[in-house]
Design a binder for this molecule. Structure first.
Ligand SMILES: Cc1cc2nc3c(=O)[nH]c(=O)nc-3n(C[C@H](O)[C@H](O)[C@H](O)COP(=O)(O)O)c2cc1C
Length: 170
């Protein structure tokens, strides 16, 4: 019998710290998912590293949103949601988009996407999408979205998230 590291702690439950520690070794990019609140027209959004492309035909992307997110219901309420691919120099933007409460867009420059949503200055690319499906998955929902329009934006390297910290791509 091979012996190796066990994913379970003594009480039989997967240890959440270990889960984060191990999954943190999977490097990701980071996106800001933005929209205009359908009630007050103000920009809203959240940072996410769970973004991935899914399908070319039809063009689908996906990301996971925690049930605890207070911004997602606002973003979700808009007709179009916009994925902004963050650049290496946008660590502060990421922190702002990941904050809770307050005006997440204070001091941020942005222009409107074709769908009318914030495209953050300095973002590498943007995708205007409509939500096609939300699949419950534990304490998150897996959101599948159809891409309506997309384009590259600013040039630069990607913001990379790895082991709880930020870096770039060399
Ligand atoms: C690097 C990074 C990646 C994140 N990825 C996700 C994610 O994939 N899904 C998610 O629901 N929240 C993610 N978050 C947390 C959200 O950005 C945000 O903190 C959370 O939604 C709370 O804010 P809200 O209540 O305004 O939504 C991430 C935060 C950071 C800093």
């Amino acid at each position: 019998m091979p012996t190796g590291p066990t994913p379970q702690s003594a009480n039989g439950h997967l240890d959440s710290r270990r889960f984060r520690q191990v999954l943190g070794r999977f490097a990701t990019g980071v996106v800001a998912i933005t929209a205009l609140d359908s009630h007050d027209g103000r920009p809203c959004g959240l940072a996410a590293n769970s973004f991935t492309s899914v399908s070319l035909d039809p063009p689908l992307v996906a990301f996971c949103v925690a049930h605890t997110s207070t911004s997602w219901p606002r973003v979700r309420g808009a007709r179009v949601v916009t994925v902004n691919v963050l650049a290496e120099h946008q660590q502060e933007v990421c922190a702002q988009m990941a904050s809770r409460g307050g005006d997440k867009f204070a001091g941020l420059e942005w222009t409107g996407s074709p769908g009318g949503n914030p495209v953050l200055e300095g973002a590498l690319a943007w995708l205007d999408c409509v939500v096609e499906a939300e699949h419950p998955a534990g304490d998150h929902n897996i959101v599948v979205a159809r891409v309506l329009q997309l384009d590259t934006h600013a040039d630069g390297g990607p913001l990379v998230f790895f082991q709880g910290g930020y870096g770039g791509f060399r």
